[in-house]
Write a protein that binds this ligand. Structure first.
Ligand code: SF4
Length: 460
């Protein structure tokens, strides 16, 4: 019992988080930056921070993650890190030759008040940024927000730094992508391709963090949205923002700077959210939905029909990032499961309101909480008081799964103890079918394990 000290009795906490359901802001900024082609992320802080950010991503994606660091010493911690960052920009462009350096701050550099735009302007004035190369930034103090906030800020600043409003509109549709796996980003592009809708997806980590093994090492993999594509986003005719927490800030930025209207959508996880995404994209592009997508939807509905008897009434506890949890809760309600406990460490009032709107009518005992005190400790306490049938969330749930002996499906970020998850999409109809199979397999494996000999069935 690794969590044997978790008490059943729940007390209000104001200033204590135990086993947070989130991680640090710069990890999100670094993941988003990797979605630009030829980008080298740079962590403006201590080496320890950068090592943590890189290792968190490497452990999840099982790919090397390159990044620079300003390598703060005691001196820079007191007097500021300007000289370190100026030296780093010069060294990185000289040795590693990226198209873009994406600098994010850390707790330390934010606390001492380093002014990233001023330092970058000085690097430009001093001729340390070569012609045609770029340095962008995101302020990511990790004592507020979460990795989701860091991702959102870096994506917004991509739009702020690159989008060009030339006054000549193009036919492109901006797809601002929330935090999903590289395979999900590939699947979103595949769906847009089937619709024949001209899109610019950003950020795009497909072919960056899931590169094929072909015997050649590429420091900058072939994937990622290009600078030219990011420039074109400023003349696009519309923006679809997928996942409010991660993508709305960028969509608003494009609207404010370049007058591009936007539609806020959920990430296309599950049946209805995928329907909404495909219909919005088809409508915006002025195209018909092809039979291939209609057939994919039909296959998904067919397996839901086959599986629904096993899902009915099953109590689910889930945790993770708000953009992923909102459509997931909707999907679980749609297949007659009961998402009773929902926790996210990312703050934002919209989350609890939206989950209640989706689930209140069918889950009367719903408990939902987000923000600093919405942690894995609270989730465990809820479960101790009233158990659930299955857990859905990142690797940090494995302690609860073991102690309470509950089936566990890993999803979200980070997954540190399994391999391959980032290659199988969860978005779209295909992703939804994969999700359904994972949940049902976990439930039926448990049923087999617990079945007495006389009712251990070959056919279930
Ligand atoms: S000090 Fe702050 S930025 Fe650095 S790893 Fe810790 S939480 Fe993240």
């Amino acid at each position: 019992m690794l969590l044997r000290h978790t008490p059943k009795e729940i007390k209000d906490r104001e200033a204590l988080t135990v086993n947070p359901a989130k991680t640090c802001q710069p990890i999100g900024a670094m993941y988003a930056a990797l979605g630009i082609h030829g980008c080298l992320p740079h962590s403006h802080g201590s080496q320890g921070c950068c090592a943590y950010h890189r290792s968190a991503l490497t452990r999840h994606y099982k790919e090397p993650v390159m990044a620079g660091t300003s390598s703060f010493t005691e001196g820079s911690s007191v007097f500021g890190g300007q000289s370190n960052l100026l030296a780093a920009i010069e060294t990185i462009f000289t040795i590693y030759d990226p198209q873009v350096i994406a600098v994010h701050s850390t707790c330390l550099s934010e606390t001492i008040g380093d002014d990233l735009p001023q330092i970058i302007a000085k690097a430009q004035a001093d001729g340390k940024i070569p012609e045609g190369k770029h340095v962008i930034y995101a302020n990511t103090p990790s004592y507020v927000g979460s990795h989701v906030t860091g991702y959102s800020t870096m994506v917004k600043n991509m739009a702020m730094s690159f989008a060009e409003n030339t006054g000549r509109k193009n036919e492109m549709i901006n797809l601002v992508c929330g935090w999903v796996e590289p395979s999900d980003m590939r699947e979103i592009k595949r769906i847009a391709g089937l619709l024949d809708a001209p899109v610019i997806l950003f950020p795009d980590t497909s072919d960056v963090l899931d590169t094929p093994q072909n015997g050649k090492f590429r420091f900058y993999p072939k994937g990622g949205v290009t600078i030219d594509e990011l420039k074109l986003t400023g003349d696009a005719k519309h923006t679809l923002a997928l996942g409010k927490f991660c993508s709305e800030a960028a969509a608003k930025e494009l609207d404010a700077r370049c007058n591009i209207p936007y539609t806020q959508l959920d990430l296309p996880i599950g049946l209805r959210a995928t329907d909404r995404f495909i219909m919005s994209l088809a409508e915006t592009a002025g195209v018909a939905i092809p039979a291939e997508l209609t057939d994919e939807r039909g296959r998904m509905v067919d397996i839901i029909t086959d599986m629904q008897q096993y899902f009915y009434g099953k109590r689910v506890a889930l945790w993770g990032d708000p953009d992923n949890l909102i459509p997931l809760v909707e999907f679980l309600v749609d297949i007659d499961m009961k998402p009773v406990y929902v926790v996210s460490g990312t703050p934002g009032k919209y989350f609890e309101k939206r989950i209640h709107e989706i689930a209140d009518a069918s889950v009367p005992d719903l408990k939902v909480k987000n923000g600093p005190q919405a942690d894995m400790f609270l989730m465990h306490q809820w479960i101790k008081n009233e158990p659930v049938d299955i857990l859905l969330g990142n690797t940090y749930g494995k302690y609860i799964a073991r102690d309470e002996d509950i089936p566990f499906v890993r999803m979200g970020f980070p997954i540190l103890d399994r391999i391959g998850h980032s290659y199988f999409p969860q978005v779209g109809y295909r992703g939804g079918m994969h999700l359904l199979k994972s949940i049902l397999d976990a439930l039926l494996d448990r049923k087999d394990r617990d079945a007495p000999e006389e009712s251990f069935e070959l056919v279930m």
